[in-house]
Design a protein around this ligand. Structure first.
Ligand code: HEC
Length: 199
């Protein structure tokens, strides 16, 4: 009898606990704005913290190499930030070991080494519901010199929030990124959040 009571109690407690945490999660993605530009810095940090684990789990779900490892790379900004492009999402870019030092110079004339990979996680906003949710992981990989002349040897890729590959034309990404041709087609995070290369 005693044992049964304990089990019932435990089950009830677990149900309650998961209800509370589901509610918490809902509240912390409830941003109450139609545009990420309207969030204060602290709110941006809160939204990111709220979705941080969910994003990483999602990108890694199908075992993609970048999706499973980018969080161990060098983070290039002090926090996620909205720039306006990429669907007005909150953005945070990571650079792999090959790319990190050169990327963090944020040089106006740049040339990234072959094997550089940049992975940029994103948070999407539903205007209607005013809620935030994981967005795609955008990826750029610098291939062998001369291998893809149309894109200056960059290969554009992406993962959906569920870890499945995104489908798009290379030109869709490159037509915009080529606007930063001098910087090796990199646009860099907005200035106020850039991590300085000095560390
Ligand atoms: C309309 C312009 C535009 C389009 C289209 C675009 N990007 Fe970007 N991208 C940017 C800007 C601006 C940044 C820097 C903003 C930031 O990270 O805060 C950026 C940053 C990036 C970065 C981080 C490296 C960097 O440039 O500093 C990656 C990776 C990336 N984009 C991948 C993609 C992929 C993949 C696509 C296509 C699916 C794409 N982008 C389409 C404008 C664009």
């Amino acid at each position: 009898m005693m044992k049964l009571k304990t089990t019932v109690f435990a089950a009830g407690f677990i149900a309650l606990a998961s209800l509370v945490s589901a509610q918490d999660a809902q509240e912390c993605t409830n941003v109450g704005v139609e545009d990420f530009f309207d969030l204060e810095e602290a709110q941006v940090v809160d939204v990111y913290t709220c979705l941080e684990a969910k994003m990483a789990d999602g990108y890694a779900k199908e075992g993609d190499e970048v999706g499973s490892s980018f969080r161990d790379w060098t983070v290039t900004a002090t926090r996620a930030a909205v720039q306006g492009t990429h669907g007005g999402r909150l953005l945070l870019t990571y650079a792999n070991d090959v790319a990190a030092e050169q990327y963090l110079t944020f040089a106006e004339e740049n040339e990234m080494p072959v094997g550089s990979v940049l992975a940029k996680e994103s948070i999407s906003l539903s205007k209607k519901k005013m809620t935030a949710r994981p967005g795609p992981l955008f990826i750029m990989t610098k291939m062998e010199a001369g291998s893809i002349p149309e894109t200056d040897d960059w290969l554009y890729g992406g993962l959906q929030p569920n870890g499945k590959p995104m489908k798009f034309k290379q030109a869709f990404c490159h037509d915009c990124h080529s606007g930063w041709a001098e910087q090796d087609n990199l646009a860099y995070p907005v200035e106020e959040v850039r991590v300085s290369s000095g560390g």
